[in-house]
Ligand binder design. Structure first.
Ligand SMILES: Nc1ncnc2c1ncn2[C@@H]1O[C@H](COP(=O)(O)OP(=O)(O)O)[C@@H](O)[C@H]1O
Ligand SMILES: O=C(O)C1=C[C@@H](OP(=O)(O)O)[C@@H](O)[C@H](O)C1
Ligand SMILES: [Mg+2]
Length: 174
């Protein structure tokens, strides 16, 4: 397996688990959002505010395609909306040597986390309280059919559970 790609809703833990998984596997780690920020020289909220969501989505797709060309072993954390863009899921599902994992904590966990962290996420930034919770629940329901297409699902609880999803060659006998 040369690439492990993590997807799931905002707050699912893609950026949280990615580095831990990469370290355990001895792979490099790239967070697609951080990569976009580095390449574009602006934060995600700045990109949305100054260039618009359509620009962000175009760049997100283009940088993802570049990263999928890399040959070295890689753990890649997507943004929550990445696999919901036209044409991206089929690419991820078809690429040889790529393990696609859906991180799927309960909705209530996502709502709690995102209530604390709506600020850095432009889709949520202006919303608060019950309106925020309702928006998250609606968006989550809309996006779930995309995420459920991943061949593997991780509850988001234990590194061992995540590691068990990654096929690895057996250790040579001593
Ligand atoms: N299993 C977990 N245990 C504790 N905190 C977590 C866990 N998964 C994610 N978090 C925390 O939840 C927040 C959202 O996680 P993050 O990785 O940024 O989500 P994503 O990248 O999927 O949007 C972060 O503060 C992160 O540290
Ligand atoms: O769900 C989305 O559309 C987005 C999720 C964010 O990433 P996280 O899922 O890491 O928060 C980031 O890409 C951007 O704010 C848009
Ligand atoms: Mg993230």
């Amino acid at each position: 397996m040369q690439k492990v790609v993590l997807m799931g809703f905002m707050g699912a833990g893609k950026s949280y688990w990615g580095p831990k998984l990469a370290q355990a596997l001895g792979y490099s780690f790239i967070d697609l959002d951080q990569y976009i920020v580095q390449q574009e020289g602006r934060s995600i909220p700045e990109l949305f505010a100054q260039k618009g969501e359509a620009y962000f989505r175009a760049q997100e797709k283009s940088y993802l395609l570049d990263l999928l060309e890399q040959k070295a072993p890689l753990v890649l954390a997507l943004g929550g909306g990445t696999p919901c863009q036209a044409g991206i899921l089929p690419l991820l599902l078809e690429q040889k040597g790529l393990q696609l994992i859906f991180i799927d904590p309960p909705l209530a966990v996502l709502q709690n986390r995102l209530a604390q962290e709506a600020e850095g996420r432009p889709l949520l930034a202006q919303k608060k309280g019950p309106a925020l919770q309702k928006f998250i629940a609606q968006y989550w329901t809309q996006r779930r059919p995309y995420y459920l297409q991943a061949p593997y699902r991780f509850s988001g609880e234990q590194l061992d559970e995540l590691l068990a999803l990654i096929p690895r060659p057996p250790k040579p006998e001593q």
